[in-house]
Design a protein around this ligand. Structure first.
Ligand code: B12
Ligand code: SF4
Ligand code: SF4
Length: 337
């Protein structure tokens, strides 16, 4: 118990928002949830890979506990334009960004646990286990009907976890109001019907997935329309939730290089950006779209402009009529009417 408390206090002192410790067995329920989801959305075959998250000790027989931490990113100030087009988690992503304050916290905490004589494993993406379930199991908060984990300050947070080789547990009780019985705001806000019922969603219809997946398939006009202004990611089911209301008002820290990058993140700026610069300036930070799928940047940006009724001037459209990608060419011609 003394060691568990010490680990938790260490994490908090390094600036993590909340920290708890669970036994690996707590993740069994997560495996059941993934299987339920697969039964409801069998085309989301990606979910099969996640079942392994419920059996961490099969892959890491030495692991005896999971340390789970939340990092609220509402601490950051966001420039005004990009959050309409980008999932906010991606704007302040700590993964593959050693300059990010959260990446620095994670690194320091990993080293501090090792200094305590613990064997420690951490993986920044996709992680060592199912993060929402782990955070809920540690009592750091609750999973609400939009599937998001809510801690002390809403749901806009990154969750991360470490495996350690000591049988420890440190659980909390975080009293929170449940969702109001009649509330359907998140469900109503979902533009594609991916979030069709509480505690479920169809990832193959989720705008976040569809705008970031490396895939040659293009979307039917109705689906594209549902993307609205989103270019990369989607926050609609969080933005609509009363338990997230006002959380961004507290943002005061600058995220490294974000305001300098912001001017490159409007849909118009993206369609004007040569692919070499997309590769240099956008792809390293927004790393889901791989080198062969950089055309998706132009495609998503053009689509957002069309949905916003902001048809680019011929000078901006003309280079796209001869774009190297036929889907981008087609969309640019369509925009001409
Ligand atoms: C795969 C994945 C995706 C996929 C699939 C999403 C999905 N929901 O499965 C895609 C690419 C679409 C995606 C998108 C996004 N993601 Co994502 N994603 C993950 C990942 C790797 C696994 C998620 C998972 O476990 N899916 C399996 C399904 C079955 O779980 P679930 O949908 O989360 O549903 C849970 C609840 O429904 C609950 N549950 C089910 N029934 C019941 C019943 C009751 C009573 C209760 C209480 C709970 C409950 O159990 C499920 C398991 O936890 C995690 C990281 C990790 N290692 O855990 C991040 C993670 C979930 N994503 C995250 C984020 C921020 C996003 C985006 C907002 C990014 C963006 N801005 O666009 C979107 C939001 C999409 C959404 N609506 O969920 C955060 C969420 C933080 C939070 N506060 O919850 C995580 C934890 C990443 C992180 N390290 O912080 N993501
Ligand atoms: S992230 Fe967007 S598309 Fe995905 S479930 Fe939430 S509101 Fe629907
Ligand atoms: S919008 Fe309403 S139903 Fe959805 S998660 Fe928030 S409180 Fe719960």
């Amino acid at each position: 118990m003394a060691l568990a408390k010490k680990i938790v206090e260490l994490g908090l002192s390094l600036g993590l928002s909340q920290v708890g410790i669970i036994r690996p067995g707590a993740m069994e329920g997560y495996g059941d949830r993934v299987r339920e989801r697969l039964a409801k959305t069998p085309e989301a075959t990606f979910l099969e890979k996640l079942i392994g998250f419920s059996r961490v000790t099969e892959q890491h027989p030495w692991a005896k506990a999971i340390v789970v931490a939340t990092m609220n990113y509402t601490r950051y100030k966001l420039p005004p334009g990009p959050p309409k087009h980008f999932g906010k988690s991606y704007l302040v992503d700590n993964r593959r960004n050693p300059q990010s304050p959260d990446a620095i916290r994670v690194k320091a905490f990993t080293a501090a646990m090792a200094d305590l004589g613990l064997k420690v494993a951490h993986d920044e993406h996709p992680g060592v286990t199912g993060m929402r379930w782990a955070a809920m199991s540690a009592g750091l908060g609750q999973i609400r009907r939009n599937n998001f984990f809510y801690g002390q300050n809403g749901s806009f947070m990154a969750i991360t976890a470490w495996l350690i080789d000591r049988e420890l547990e440190f659980l909390y009780e975080t009293p929170q109001k449940p969702c109001a019985e009649s509330c359907r705001r998140c469900l109503n806000a979902c533009p594609t019907g991916s979030l069709s019922a509480p505690f479920t969603m169809d990832m193959t219809r989720c705008v976040s997935f569809l705008t970031t997946v490396n895939d040659d398939r293009v979307h039917d006009p109705q689906t594209r329309k549902a993307f609205g202004s989103w270019v990369y990611g989607c926050d609609a089911c969080q933005d609509a939730c009363p338990h997230d209301k006002g959380q961004w008002d507290r943002g005061s820290e600058d995220f490294p290089n974000l305001s300098a990058l912001a001017k490159r993140l409007s849909p118009l700026a993206i369609i004007r950006t040569p692919y070499a610069d997309v590769a240099n300036f956008l792809a390293p930070k927004f790393f889901y779209l791989k080198p062969d799928y950089l055309w998706r940047w132009k495609y998503n940006a053009l689509n957002a402009l069309e949905n916003l009724g902001q048809i680019p001037e011929p000078n901006d459209l003309r280079p796209l009529w001869s774009d190297e990608n036929d889907q981008v060419r087609r969309l640019a011609h369509n925009l001409l009417g």
